[in-house]
Design a protein around this ligand. Structure first.
Ligand code: HEM
Length: 421
């Protein structure tokens, strides 16, 4: 799998992109390095302006058309005939890479792997480990009264979830986190020379872990998610070793950074909105709704990318075949045409509803296959944090820094709370 995997993945990740210069601010909604209150204010103003004035715009540095309104973003995500995951004409040489596939080959693989992510499978295989993982991390700092929550909790917790889900042995948490970070950074900014130079080694290390996972599974099935994947059969077809290894890579890439970011964002939002935090603490049944609201306001992947399958019209603009399109969930999720009072964090927004129309998990054929797992793990994390850490809030002296373009994340989140007796 080794070298050819890295080369192919790199080629696919950068296909059709113009150079994004390191250090430049490629997009007005890209980078925020400001304090907690002004973060939201600056970004919301900029996003609202773009959405109102320019529902579609060509972004020179990204080399892409960007769409910002709810209906348009949803259309791009849903219409798999006109908007493709892989550039037209580019053959995907990586079997098992579900998010890069289109049409019937995507549908066939998706059908094959879906049972491994069903509510029942996740409840049976992953849920029983969540509370113990969360509490063992909290044990390390609960008596101190303060911590930097990204490093001590938000980052390691989802890494442990992936480790347990895939049953990775010889697990070096710090290395796994570093490699995961490089993957996310690379997707955001493939032309940054430092990130690009670290990428092959990080990929190789991760692939070795997943090759061991698949070899272990083939020797002795272990009854978890990987067993479900290995045994899955559709019309007489099973996943090959290469597909399984690549799929483990996809799961880690898609499922770790996104959940890490979300946990930090929940604590950030609840700290910034004390009255909403009080409601959630008084009524823990509101946790799922509060998490959903944070996902709406801060989609970890702020945009999705597609390629125009043909010359097409989008928001009355002609988009030539092969063009790259960025569909911004971050702006769509605050579209006043769709969401009342869109910039406000309302913990109970989804309390009485079964549907969550935000586009944070995508829409249509590629809708996040890990959405149930993601929601569950973040909910368990948040319950554990607020159960254990009384008066948990952002340290008021702290300057909060967001980094990253594709996955904007809080770099540090210093918090204070009442030390556990
Ligand atoms: C808060 C956490 C998460 C968010 C916000 C998120 C978001 C998304 C989005 C937006 C897509 C659609 C991509 C597109 O249409 O271009 C997607 C797809 C996907 N996600 Fe997630 N995700 C999260 C967690 C997870 C987890 C925990 C896993 C599994 C461990 C996972 C696995 C996947 C996979 C395999 C796909 C590809 C589905 C396909 O192409 O058919 N995600 N995710």
């Amino acid at each position: 799998v080794g070298g050819s995997f890295e080369a192919s993945w790199k080629a696919i990740s950068t296909a059709g992109r113009a150079t994004i210069e390191a250090g430049s601010a490629p997009c007005p909604v890209a980078n925020f390095v400001v304090g907690p209150r002004s973060v939201a204010a600056t970004r919301d103003r900029e996003l609202a302006r773009l959405r109102e004035e320019t529902p579609i715009f060509w972004h020179e540095e990204l080399g892409a058309f960007c769409v910002t309104r709810y209906d348009d973003v949803k259309e791009v995500l849903t219409d798999g005939t006109r908007f493709l995951m892989s550039a037209p004409g580019l053959t995907n040489s990586l079997p098992g890479m579900l998010p890069l596939m289109d049409g019937s080959s995507h549908a066939a693989l998706r059908e094959l792997v879906t049972p491994a992510f069903s509510t029942a499978t996740i409840r049976r295989t992953v849920q029983p480990t969540l509370d113990a993982s969360a509490h063992s991390l909290i044990d390390r700092f609960a008596r101190v009264g303060s911590t930097e929550l990204i490093e001590s909790f938000a980052n390691p917790f989802p890494a442990f979830v992936i480790q347990r889900m895939l049953q990775i042995r010889d697990f070096d948490l710090m290395q796994f986190l570093r490699d995961g970070r490089i993957m996310v950074d690379f997707l955001s900014n493939p032309s940054d020379p430092e990130i690009a130079s670290e990428f092959p080694e990080a990929t190789r290390r991760q692939m070795e872990l997943f090759e061991a996972v698949v070899a272990d599974e083939r020797r002795k099935p272990r009854g978890g998610v990987v067993s479900m994947l290995a045994e899955a059969e559709l019309a007489g077809r099973h996943l090959s070793d290469e597909e399984l290894v690549n799929f483990c890579y996809v799961l880690t890439g898609a499922g770790m950074g996104t959940s890490q970011v979300t946990i930090g964002n929940v604590v950030f939002e609840l700290s910034a909105n004390p009255s909403e935090r009080a409601k959630v603490i008084d009524e823990p049944g509101l946790v799922p709704s509060a998490v959903e609201e944070v996902l709406r306001l801060h989609p970890p992947a702020q945009f999705r990318m597609r390629y125009a399958a043909e010359d097409l019209e989008l928001c009355s603009v002609t988009v030539p075949r092969g063009s790259l399109i960025y569909a911004f969930a971050s702006t769509a999720n605050r579209d006043p045409e769709k969401f009342a009072d869109p910039d406000r964090f309302l913990a109970g927004r989804y309390a009485d509803r079964n549907t969550t129309p935000h586009l944070t998990f995508g829409w249509g054929a590629h809708f996040c296959i890990g959405a149930f797992l993601a929601r569950l793990e973040v909910q368990h994390a948040v319950r554990a944090l607020y159960e254990r850490l009384h008066d948990l809030r952002t340290d008021s002296d702290a300057q909060l820094t967001f980094r990253g373009f594709r996955v904007p994340s809080l770099e540090r989140l210093p918090v204070r709370f009442r030390p556990e007796g």
